[in-house]
Write a protein that binds this ligand. Structure first.
Ligand code: CMC
Length: 391
C-alpha cells in the first residue's frame, strides 16, 4: 500500500501542467490565458475567446476575421449524419442524442486524420467548435418534431445557433440582439474551467491516442451528471419545485439534512470557496436580460431569496457553499426560450473549445504519457480456484 498516494476525487493531485486557465478558488479568480473572466464576458465575443483559448493570445482584427471564416465554413454536417438522429426515440433527452451523434462524427473524420500533426489537430478543433451548435440544434428540432434548419454563416456564432434552434420554414426569423448577446456571454462563461471532470475525461480518453471526436463524446458523457454540467437543468427544476419564496425554508432544511440526498442545486464548488466569479457575471446578465425582455419571472425572486437565506445560514457559510455559474444560467436560458432539457447541451457546446484546447495542449507535449492511475487494492488475497459448477 505504500507506493501510491490515495486521493479520491483528486482533491490534491495535479494531473498535468497547463497554461490555459487559472483558478484561484479562495479569491474567486478565473483567468483564461491570463485575462479575467469578467473582462472577457464584457468586452470579447465568444469566437474571440475561442481563439484566445486555442492559440494562447487574443486575435488581431485580421486574425479574427480569418478564424471566424474558418469556423463558420465548417458549420454544416455531412448529410448522412442526419440519419443518426432517426435511431433515437422522439422523446430522447437531447444530451443522449448529442453524446451519441458526436461520437458518430469520428466515423466521418478518422483516416486520414493524423493527430500527431498540429495542422490536423487544428482542423479537428475548428470542426468541433463549428459543428456542435448544428448538432445541438438538430437534437432539439428532432425532439420537437420540426425539420432541421441548416446553418447560416453570415451571422454571428450565437446568432447562427439561435436561428437553427428557433427558425421554422414557414416564417421569417430574426435574432433578437439582446438574446444573441446573452447567449454569447453564456458561451464565454462556460468556455473553460481547467481540470474539471469532463476536461479530465477528455484528456484521459485522448491520452491513449483516441480519435478526438470520440474523446469529446466521452467529455459530454461526463458533463451530463447533475454534480457537473447537469446542474443547470437540475437547478431550474429545483427552483420550479420550490415555486414560491415561502417554501424556501423547507428546501433549506432538506439540503441540511444528512439523511436526505437532496442538495441545493447550483450551490457549492470543488474549487471556489469564496464566490464563483462566473456566477456574479451571470447574476448581472440575468437581471439585464429579464429587464430588457420585460419578463417578470417569479423564479428569479425565489433564486434571489434562496441565495440570501443560504448565504447567511451557518450550514452553508461553514462549508463555504456559494452559488455557482449554474445557479442563474437556467433563468437566463429560460427567458430566452431555451427548454431546460437543452441547458446541459448548451454547456457542452460552450465547453467544446476548452476540451479541444486541453486535448491539443496535451497532444503537443512531447512528454505526454497515457493517463493510467493506480489503485489501492482492497479485494481478496490470492487463493486457489476450485470449480463449483458440475461439468
Ligand atoms: N447543498 C447542500 N449541501 C452541500 C452542497 C449543496 N449543493 N454541496 C456540498 N454540500 C455539503 C456536503 O454535503 C458536504 O457536507 P458535510 O461536510 O457535512 O458532509 C460538504 O458540503 C462538502 O461537499 P462535498 O460533496 O464533499 O464537496 P465536493 O467538492 O466533492 O462537491 C459539488 C462539489 C459541486 C459536486 C457539490 O457542491 C454539489 O453537489 N453541488 C450541487 C451541484 C452543482 O451545483 N454542481 C455544479 C458545479 S459548477 C458547474 C460545473 O463546473 O460543472
Amino acid at each position: 500500500h505504500g507506493y501510491f498516494t490515495y486521493d479520491p476525487g483528486f482533491m490534491a493531485t495535479a494531473s498535468c501542467q497547463s497554461n490555459i486557465t487559472y483558478i484561484d478558488g479562495d479569491n474567486g479568480i478565473l483567468l483564461y490565458r491570463g485575462y479575467p473572466i469578467e473582462q472577457l464576458a464584457k468586452s470579447a465575443n465568444y469566437l474571440e475567446v475561442c481563439y484566445l483559448l486555442l492559440y494562447g493570445e487574443a486575435p488581431t482584427a485580421k486574425q479574427f476575421e480569418k478564424f471566424q471564416h474558418n469556423i463558420m465554413r465548417h458549420t454544416m454536417v455531412h448529410e448522412q449524419l442526419s440519419s443518426f438522429f432517426k435511431g433515437y426515440r422522439r422523446d430522447a433527452h437531447p444530451m443522449a442524442i448529442v453524446c451519441g451523434v458526436i461520437a458518430g462524427l469520428s466515423a466521418f473524420y478518422h483516416d486520414p486524420m493524423d493527430i500527431t500533426d498540429q495542422s490536423h489537430r487544428e482542423i479537428a478543433a475548428h470542426r468541433m467548435i463549428a459543428k456542435l451548435p448544428t448538432i445541438a440544434a438538430m437534437a432539439y428540432k428532432y425532439s420537437i418534431g420540426q425539420p432541421f434548419v441548416y446553418p447560416r454563416n453570415d451571422v454571428s456564432y450565437a446568432g447562427n445557433f439561435l436561428q437553427m434552434m428557433f427558425a421554422v420554414p414557414c416564417e421569417d426569423y430574426k435574432v433578437n440582439p439582446i438574446v444573441e448577446r446573452a447567449m454569447d456571454r453564456i458561451f464565454t462563461l462556460h468556455a473553460d474551467h481547467e481540470q474539471n471532470a469532463s476536461t479530465s475525461t477528455v484528456r484521459l480518453a485522448g491520452s491513449s491516442g483516441a480519435n478526438p471526436f470520440a474523446c469529446i463524446a466521452a467529455g459530454i458523457a461526463s458533463l451530463w451528471g447533475p454534480a457537473h454540467g447537469g446542474a443547470n437543468e437540475a437547478c431550474l427544476t429545483m427552483l420550479e419545485e420550490i415555486g414560491s419564496v415561502d417554501r424556501i425554508p423547507e428546501f433549506i432544511a432538506r439540503a441540511k439534512d444528512k439523511d436526505d440526498p437532496f442538495r441545493l442545486m447550483g450551490f457549492g464548488h470543488r474549487v471556489y470557496k469564496n464566490f464563483d466569479p462566473r456566477a456574479t457575471v451571470m447574476r448581472e446578465t440575468c437581471h439585464e436580460v429579464l429587464d430588457d425582455l420585460k419578463i417578470e419571472d417569479p423564479l428569479l425572486d425565489v433564486a434571489m431569496e434562496l441565495e440570501r437565506i443560504a448565504l447567511s445560514d451557518p450550514y452553508f457559510v461553514d462549508r463555504q457553499l456559494y452559488p455557482n455559474v449554474d445557479f442563474y444560467s437556467g433563468i437566463v436560458l429560460k427567458a430566452v426560450g431555451i427548454p431546460s432539457s437543452m441547458f446541459t447541451v448548451i454547456f457542452a457546446l460552450s465547453r467544446t473549445v476548452g476540451w479541444m484546447s486541453h486535448w491539443n495542449e496535451m497532444m503537443s507535449d512531447s512528454k505526454q504519457k497515457i493517463g493510467r492511475p493506480r489503485q489501492l487494492y482492497t479485494g481478496a488475497p490470492e487463493r486457489d480456484f476450485h470449480t463449483q459448477v458440475e461439468k
